[in-house]
Design a protein around this ligand. Sequence first.
Ligand code: GLU
Length: 525
Amino acid sequence: MVRTRFAPSPTGYLHIGGVRTALFNWLFAKRHGGQFVLRIDDTDQQRNVDEALAPILHGFRWLGMDWDEGPEVGGPFEPYYQSQRLERYQTAAKKLLADGFAYYDYATPEELDAERKAAEAAKRPFQYSRAYMAETEAERAKWEAEGRSFVVRLKMPREGVCAFNDSVRGDVEFQWSKENDHVIQRADGTCLYHLASVVDDHDLEITHVIRAEEHLSNTPRQIFIGQSLGYELPQYAHLPYVAEPGSKNKLSKRKLEKYLKNADFKRLNEHGQAIAEQIKLQTSAETFNPVIVDFYELTGYLPEAILNYLVLLGWSLDDKTEDLTIDEMIANFSLERVTKAPASFDCKKLWSFQDRYMQKLPLKQKTAKCLSFLQAAELVADPAPCEAGPKLTRIIEACGDRLKVLGDIIAYADYFFVADDQMKYDEKAFAKRLSDPQPQALLAKFRQTLAALETWDVATLDKAMHDFVAAEGIKIGEIIHAVRIGTTGQGVGPGLFDCLDILGKESCLARIDRTLALAAERNAT
Ligand code: GLU
């Protein structure tokens, strides 16, 4: 039975690189009919774990990555929080001490520092002399009589190699001589992460530890702990890290400022900010940036597009297939096809996945998803009136591939849902197209044509405008922009006849009247 885990620390956000790691664990478990466990690494958490964990769990749910065991869903190995498993780690530390794989160390930070400096000066790697090591009660009593306090350290091997097989990196070897006697427990009894992690992986019966490459160098000490405790070791797989766009540097939240200078990230972020403003969301660069999953949900990406893009960051089906459904990913995922080289996070490429998935999304689903954005922007009431759905479907059809993310609907649908006398104008477009008497007169005249129409549909409107253009001996450009601004307030948008049809005759006439009155007012001043 395959059991994998993702073990986030509750940081208050879900990092996009973390999702890639979690996704590989999730896919691997599903591929083998196993279980995917969420374990919360909160040993160092000061306070409010729930609050800091909520965005992470929310992100998983939004992406559709369910966990078989963990917070909120429980499971046979509860609790899934490290902060609640301390006793297990203490028992393990005790056993390591009793079996001679760990010792009490009474060195002060100053003494250790002096040793470190001496090693540096002699240009040799630092290795603790174990001068203040205590392995018996008598030794402990001696140091304690001096008023010293202790930590518990691993008594690591100093010769030979730690060799193991990694599903991604193949056979790996580390020299024990380069390892240090890592601390596993503090004087107050609290235990450190490496001990906790190994004990948990064992207790939760994790078979495959699939995690980011930065943990590769932690593996020897973890193997030492596991072997010393008599555990059967899990299979390790260290994934290449997700790199900054166009580089090999690790993608991190801290470096956001720098990314935002990257043109693609900048555009993405501005687009997201614009949507956030429309839904009146309070955002800051800290909480709203394209390295964090929230960004994609708030902007209106589709989870399937994100997962499809992320699965290709370090894994591939073959050398050409890009689009994969979740089921295809599950059916084909294997650790053998994970690459060693870091995969660059390319926001443009993610955008193109999003674009394709958006075009493929069935209209009914697109309508339902767009509706919640309009409700968030308070353009449509919640619950929605029954005419909102069909109207929105028509708007979405008219928008066609202009809708790249769900949040784009706000800008396009805005003028369809506001009251006629609340429609806002793009002032630049108004000034350019409607400040002269000529287009104003043409708009007034075309209004009469519209008012006289007995049927109101795209074909009739199209014909009416072309007849009008022919009768007036003008170019279509001389009237079409004026009509668009007159009815939508905007200089650009979906097909004009679709817009007029969706708005309906009454609204179109009322809006043109309002526009003409405004133009006249402006002429006078
Ligand atoms: N909590 C660790 C992290 O977030 C997990 C490391 C591991 O997967 O072993 O990096």
